[in-house]
Design a binder for this molecule. Structure first.
Ligand code: AMX
Length: 435
């Protein structure tokens, strides 16, 4: 069967034509006004980026190449005996817009397994990190260091033609994704696990190998969780901090390792990917304060105390979404299937009933509903991965899929250096004084 690289190469000229036609017909048209408030307000709602893998609708949530999460769960190839989509298939979908065959997905699993080994100096770098260094910082260090062997950086130094940028970017992106399980597994074992890191099994899929490196390879349900987890965390259109950072840094022709290392540093912030860690810390504090089976009133009081303390309720709210995140719903359904009676899952369900009304009553958050991070930690905890400092690393493994797919397209389409215009407050005052 055709490889991903062969299929992608066929799509490049078609997409060049597509973009040319769009720009010819619509290039001069305006989205609407840009307000001064948007400049001060974190550019919320500002249309400014091209991102092909996924688009986020405020009400409906994410679609990967036009497909909802339930559609991906139905259409993408599964592992033998599994019912969750293989992230390999999702990567194919993100890059090509097409659903791959089972054989194509198997070939991708084998390709990634073959690329998975880390340079020994990167292993030593990870091993040299103090156990007090946050796993996300260790992750970022390791990914950045992979730039040592970047095909893109080398090709650029060798004077590669612009038209060929996509090819070493594709190779680097495949290497990047392939090496993440060994990085994540090594960090996890150094910090929390015991025993030697097992070898990658070249006959198994990516999520099995990741699970096995973390010490959960024997647990079929955990492996299934990883397949779902990596699929749903992969991409959330282009404006979120990790995706946008990767695209921005890549636009300077920094290679995919440097670009994605930067993404990880953004993902490590508590308002973005670190929220999955924060949710678990918040839940544990709640249990300590109100006990294991708290009344609704006790939970409400705890939520209010968070808000009154000038803190956010982690896992709730979103910059774009205005309804319950379908990534939350997918994880809730997984929990209903695999751990319906888990006390922590029940607590998360109880909180889901109480937080939105409180956030609405508090009157600030534009979206009172849960996002992806409100649920992921509870599932991991159930299977014994209860070291919450590690949670954002798993988010990072997944986010590489979305960022890498766009980096490859950006280099294939000759995306220019990003350079928006900024103003000082003094300048803005003068500009708008008489308008
Ligand atoms: N708890 C308390 N206050 C909240 C809140 C929450 N969950 N969500 C929003 N607010 C507050 C904001 O802090 C802001 O307060 P301010 O006016 O005093 O600055 C006000 O409501 C308006 O904010 P907004 O327009 O609704 O949200 P935003 O687009 O500025 O921010 C987000 C979005 C996600 C950062 C915010 O909802 C938040 O902090 N949520 C909690 C952290 C979290 O779960 N992050 C993960 C998001 C998903 C992800 O990236 N992984």
């Amino acid at each position: 069967p055709q490889t991903l690289k062969e299929r992608f190469a066929e799509l490049i000229p078609l997409e060049h034509e597509n973009v040319k036609a769009i720009r010819k017909e619509h290039g001069h048209k305006a989205f609407g006004p840009v307000t001064v408030d948007q400049v001060y307000g974190g550019m919320r709602g500002l249309p400014a980026l091209l991102w092909d893998g996924s688009v986020l609708d405020a009400e409906e949530g994410i679609r990967f190449r036009g497909k909802t999460i339930p559609e991906c769960q139905e259409l993408l190839p599964k592992a033998p005996g599994g019912s969750e989509p293989l992230p390999e298939g999702l990567f194919w979908l993100l890059l090509t817009g097409e659903v791959p065959t089972v054989e194509q997905v198997q070939a991708l699993s084998a390709d990634w397994a073959a690329r998975a080994a880390l340079p020994s100096f990167v292993e030593e770098l990870i091993d040299a990190c103090p156990s007090t260094l946050h796993p996300m910082s260790q992750f970022s260090i390791a990914v950045t260091a992979l730039n040592h062997d970047s095909a893109f950086a080398k090709a650029y130094q060798d004077g590669v033609h612009k038209k060929e940028y996509w090819e070493p970017t594709f190779e680097d992106s495949m290497d990047l994704i392939a090496k993440l399980p060994n990085i994540a597994g090594r960090i996890y074992r150094n910090l929390f696990g015991s025993g030697k890191l097992p070898a990658i099994d070249p006959t198994k899929d990516y999520s099995y190998n990741l699970s096995n490196l973390l010490g959960f390879g024997d647990n079929q349900a955990f492996v299934e969780l990883m397949r779902l987890y990596i699929t749903i965390h992969s991409d959330h259109e282009g404006g979120n901090v990790s995706a946008h950072t990767g695209k921005l840094v890549g636009s300077a022709l920094s290679d995919p390792f440097l670009a994605f290392g930067a993404s990880l540093n953004g993902l490590a912030g508590p308002l973005h990917g670190l929220a999955n860690q924060e949710v678990l810390i918040w839940l544990q504090r709640m249990i300590k304060q109100v006990g294991e089976n708290p009344s609704d009133d006790a939970v409400k009081e705890y939520i209010w105390s968070t808000l009154k303390g000038g803190q956010v309720v982690p896992g709730y709210g979103h910059a774009v979404l205005r309804k319950t995140d379908p990534r939350y719903t997918a994880q809730r359904e997984f929990a209903l299937k695999h751990l319906p009676n888990d006390p922590l899952f029940k607590l998360v369900g109880q909180i889901y009933k109480l937080v939105p009304d409180i956030l609405l009553a508090a009157g600030k958050a534009k979206n009172p509903w849960p996002n992806v991070d409100a649920h992921s930690g509870v599932l991991l905890t159930y299977y014994g991965l209860d070291q919450m400092k590690f949670y954002t690393v798993l988010f990072g493994v997944s986010r590489a899929f979305g960022v890498a797919a766009q980096l490859i397209w950006d280099r294939a389409l000759g995306a220019p250096l990003e350079r928006p215009k900024s103003y000082s407050s003094e300048h803005l005052k003068k500009m708008f004084a008489n308008r």
